[in-house]
Design a protein around this ligand. Structure first.
Ligand code: MG
Ligand code: ZN
Length: 374
């Protein structure tokens, strides 16, 4: 009887253990054989924790940031400067190496490196870039260009044409159309089959690549009347890729969170974060419907040394400053970038890999490990 009981236990144990192993192998297998994941990378330039906090004090309704469960931090310093800029900051994300300040898509010794977007494009991905600044500006440029200085806009523009990105939206028209070297890159884009729109964001042509280069320099800020360009362009891009039915890599930059820090403009900051949060909503909804997608949201660095601070009555009472208990205000301690740890939000496939504290360049490697189904 005793022997029988032990035997039965052993048998049950073996069955359960084998079952678990089979389930584990099954899960691994379905991950390994799944179709390549879509990757959406949202960069709120200059967006640290204080900037995100403004959505909770000044926004209406619950911020889309609350929908994330997987959150980490990255350390943003570059190879030469403790406090980085957008060029080295975005290049760390795009090539997986820290580089020197002002560098675009090159290593610390100025050697061009394949970016994550270029790599995925070779693997059959469709690609997209959306920015509020010129599309040749540091953040988007770091994904397709390779130059030693971020201000080489004409060179960067011609590298964008060579990059054959499928969906482009932003400013910077003059670097294509009225160039010092006399070349007209718009005619080149048209020859390559692009739908080119220089006036407004409109429904994409689903049969061709699309380029929206809407202003000579940068798009207006939200308080200057930009409207819903950023969420709308993101929505069009996602719809475009979805109809293409191919995996895609899309980078979207909310560029003016940084600029509001440089300008020490609290109203601009609140509006830009809200616009970015709406764009987040578009991306999060897409992932909910398309779970084979990884969404990462982060910044290159913080800008402005922003705080959510106590607000005081203007007039002193008995010589004392009087705090207003139900109000806060946004204060800036500089008009420059700062060195704080930067939050990273991840959603969808492989999101758990982005928890913890790591270097900015590790975001590249984490995306690659999701791509490789590791
Ligand atoms: Mg930028
Ligand atoms: Zn900046």
């Amino acid at each position: 009887m005793k022997k029988f009981t032990i035997g039965l236990f052993l048998l049950i144990f073996l069955l359960v253990a084998t079952g678990c192993k089979l389930m584990r192998d099954g899960a691994k297998k379905s991950l390994a054989t799944g179709s390549p994941p879509n990757i959406i990378f949202l960069i709120g330039d200059g967006m640290g924790v204080p900037q995100i906090s403004t959505a909770y004090y000044f926004g209406d309704g619950e911020a889309n940031f609350s929908r994330f469960k997987h959150i980490g931090f990255h350390q943003s310093s570059d190879l030469t400067h403790k406090i980085t800029d957008s060029a080295a900051g975005a290049t760390a994300f795009s090539i997986g190496q820290k580089t020197f300040k002002r560098a675009i898509g090159v290593s610390g010794d100025s050697i061009p490196q394949e970016t994550i977007m270029e790599y995925l494009q070779k693997e059959g991905y469709k690609t997209g870039l959306i920015s509020l600044t010129t599309i040749t500006h540091a953040t988007p440029a770091a994904f397709y260009a390779h130059v030693v200085d971020r201000d080489m806009h004409e060179e960067i523009a011609s590298q964008l044409v060579d990059a054959r990105v499928d969906f482009i939206a932003g400013g910077g028209r003059k670097y294509f159309e009225t160039r010092e070297d006399g070349r007209n890159l718009f005619s080149q884009l048209i020859e390559m089959g692009y739908k080119l729109d220089t006036t407004q964001i409109s429904e994409p042509n689903y049969e061709s690549p699309n380029a929206y280069l809407l202003v000579d320099e940068s798009m207006p800020s939200k308080i200057e009347g930009r409207g819903d360009f950023l969420p709308k362009a993101t929505d069009y891009a996602l719809d475009y890729f979805n109809r293409m039915g191919e995996p895609f890599f899309l980078m979207v930059e909310g560029s003016y969170i940084d600029w509001s820090g440089h300008a020490k403009n609290a109203e601009m900051l609140v509006e830009e974060v809200e616009d970015f949060d709406q764009t987040l909503g578009v991306a999060l909804d897409f992932v909910d419907k398309n779970p084979n997608t990884l969404l990462i949201v982060t910044a290159d660095h913080e800008t402005g040394g922003v705080s959510i601070s106590k607000k005081y009555l203007e007039q002193k009472i008995f010589g004392q400053r009087k705090e207003i208990p139900g109000e806060v205000e946004i204060t800036f301690n500089s008009n420059q970038h700062s060195g704080e740890l930067i939050p990273v939000f991840a959603y969808g496939l492989g999101a758990d890999k982005f928890q913890g504290i790591y270097e900015n360049k590790d975001i590249f490697h984490k995306i690659m490990s999701v791509y490789n189904r590791e």
